[in-house]
Ligand binder design. Sequence first.
Ligand code: PBG
Length: 332
Amino acid sequence: MATLAEQFRLPIRMRRNRRTEAIRSLVRETELKPSDLIAPLFLIEGKRKKMPIASMPGTARLSVDLALEEAARLHNQGIQAVALFPYIDRSLKTQGAEEAWNDGGLILRAIREFKQAIPSLCLIADVALDPYTSHGHDGLADGSGKILNDETIECLVKMAVAQAESGVDLVAPSDMMDGRVKRIREGLDSSGFQDVGILSYSAKYASSLYAPFRDAVDSRLAFGDKKTYQMDPANAREALLEAALDEEEGADILMVKPASLYLDVIARLRQTTQRPIAAYHVSGEYAMVMAAHQMGWLDARKVFYETLLSIKRAGADMIFTYAVDPILDALM
Ligand code: PBG
């Protein structure tokens, strides 16, 4: 009587490579490591202040002193980069977003303190007007509510140069105005900041997944939506074109955002650029999983690990994520 195995005589048994954790680790194609992750930090004024963000359980807005302690803790665990996002008091928000390049303002002070306290940490700052405009849009608006491209870019250049003067390593334009990378590059170069890099939010979609972030920085829109500058979620070829333009204009790193719903875009961009790709695992992607976790419906740590592994498998080199702590736990 032939055994079942003899009857089957399967020359190829895929399960042989899955038999033990040791073998699985040998054949593993993608690996997440702490230096793949970029931790966003929300900043507020004050000392020893911590304001939890209700829609993003486990995160909080921190005064700069606490944010520094948080960054040092993460850096000790292998995190190499943080992205700073300021929570700007309503009274400082204006039509012209002037607070964005105010030398005494929260973001520039924070950049200086961070650079001085933890010089080896890569410091990234957003370049977009939304935390500073009274209406919450990323650009200047005219009387009819139209977002003005070229006028906005003048502001972004001032903002980027001010951030560079304060010590930022990478400026990250997240506004989606046309031609901003080129003008920011020129502005940085003509001010002596040839070495400051541009991480461009190249393919940033008009996504409903940014809602918790807008709570976190109090940038809810006073009118309209961001569809005249952020991309239509229906389009992928357009994302490749956006990225190619940013590359031509001098971007050092290209971003796709959000991440997990746009893995096709990341994978396609991986085929068409030799530049590093960043992906932003955004606030809504974090909030959905945390909400289900709190209901006891899934294990956030495992879901985050799988999600970020998938983002990397799709072709991202680095990932902005609020789930840094759960991921570091998963990597232990
Ligand atoms: C600002 C900016 C946004 C995010 C990063 N930079 C929000 C937006 O464009 O409305 C979103 C990040 C997130 O949701 O985690 N331009």
